[in-house]
Design a protein around this ligand. Structure first.
Ligand SMILES: Cc1cc2nc3c(=O)[nH]c(=O)nc-3n(C[C@H](O)[C@H](O)[C@H](O)COP(=O)(O)O)c2cc1C
Length: 338
């Protein structure tokens, strides 16, 4: 299947740090395995990915098996997941996944998770070295002064890095980092010292006040902020009345969290002057407009992509129609709620 092209008379392009996106719709990490879906459903997805940039699942330093099953349960207006970041570890990721990610005709935003602030620097350094070795340029990224100029632009204009400091399903490590401003600053700074390109800090909603965390991410050198990861929740087995998920608690996503995500996006947009990637319950074009009005210049589709992998492309096309019908540009929508 191919989603009809976006109305060319409407400019949907967005600048996200050094990366130019054709439109504002991307996928949320962990909710869309492009290669698996292409294999199972439609190989054309690799030639024409339905996203302006592709975000793979979180990778950690060491391989992880993830949480005990069951890992997913449907809830009212959403789903609860307790996946627990299963992944092959960064070395196998570099050997097996990075080459095919770099062959995609879209920018890629890699996503990493660490269990201490220092691990984010190690992961960023390892991925940068792999990109240099792939012949995509040789940035000298020691120190926070690393910028995207000269030869660095060769890959920093195509590859970004998102720091998952917010996973609610790992019972030690990354969730506490994103709830603590000192650890957040340290994790982002550690990655920034090693990574010259787009650096996105992905924030957790599982906190009383998100604003000090957003400020700490900005101070650490984030070039953008993504929000939100899932909300920690609990579902019980209907008969036994014991926790249903193998990991006991899980992360809530889907339409149920949209008003909560909008509020957090609004607050962060009032607090830091960085581009925001908004996500949480995006299903239809109105959700995209709402996210943008609250301050997100880029919008990610998460759980809704399980049902329809082409949804981001469909929403981009519908966004163009909405803008044209109202006589608006993207700039007219961005931060309109403020
Ligand atoms: C099954 C599942 C797996 C996820 N895995 C990851 C992950 O590996 N890394 C990450 O940063 N976020 C992960 N997330 C969080 C999503 O990227 C997103 O932040 C969240 O689902 C909110 O968006 P939504 O309501 O549109 O799903 C996952 C979410 C789901 C539902």
């Amino acid at each position: 299947m191919v989603v009809p092209p976006v109305d060319a008379s409407v400019d949907l392009s967005v600048q996200l740090g050094p990366i130019r996106l054709a439109h504002p719709l991307i996928n949320a990490s962990g909710t869309f395995d492009l290669f698996e879906v292409a294999d199972a459903v439609d190989g054309g997805l690799l030639r024409e990915p339905p996203v302006a940039a592709y975000v793979p699942k979180t990778v950690t330093l060491e391989p992880r098996r993830g949480n005990e099953p069951p890992r997913i349960v449907e809830t009212a207006g959403g789903m609860l997941n307790s996946i627990g970041l299963p992944n092959k570890g960064v070395e196998a990721f570099i050997a097996e996944d990075l080459p095919r990610l770099l062959s995609l005709p879209r920018p890629v935003i890699l996503n990493v998770g660490g269990f201490s602030p220092a691990e984010y620097g190690l992961l960023a350094a390892r991925l940068r070295r792999a990109l240099e070795a792939a012949g995509l340029g040789s940035p000298s990224a020691s120190g926070s002064s690393a910028t995207s100029t000269g030869v660095q632009a060769s890959w920093t204009s195509r590859v970004g890095l998102e720091l998952n400091i917010s996973c609610p399903n790992v019972h030690s490590g990354c969730i506490s980092i994103g709830t603590d401003p000192v650890e957040t600053r340290a994790a982002v700074k550690g990655a920034r010292d090693e990574w010259p390109g787009l650096l996105v800090a992905k924030l957790t909603p599982n906190i009383g006040d998100i604003r000090p965390i957003a400020l700490a991410a900005a101070e650490g050198g984030a070039s953008a902020i993504s929000l939100v990861n899932t909300f920690k929740g609990l579902a019980l087995d209907r008969v036994s009345l014991r926790p249903y998920l193998g990991g006991v608690t899980g992360g809530l996503s889907g339409p149920a969290i949209k008003p909560l995500a909008l509020r957090l996006c609004y607050e962060v947009a009032e607090t830091v002057d960085l581009p925001l990637i908004g996500m949480g319950g995006v299903v239809e074009v109105q959700d995209v407009l709402d996210m943008m009005a609250c301050g997100a210049s880029v919008v990610a589709v998460g759980a809704a992509g399980f049902r329809d992998p082409w949804l981001p492309a469909t929403l981009a096309r519908q966004l163009a129609v909405r803008l044209r019908d109202r006589g608006w540009t993207l700039a007219d929508v961005l931060r309109r709620a403020h």
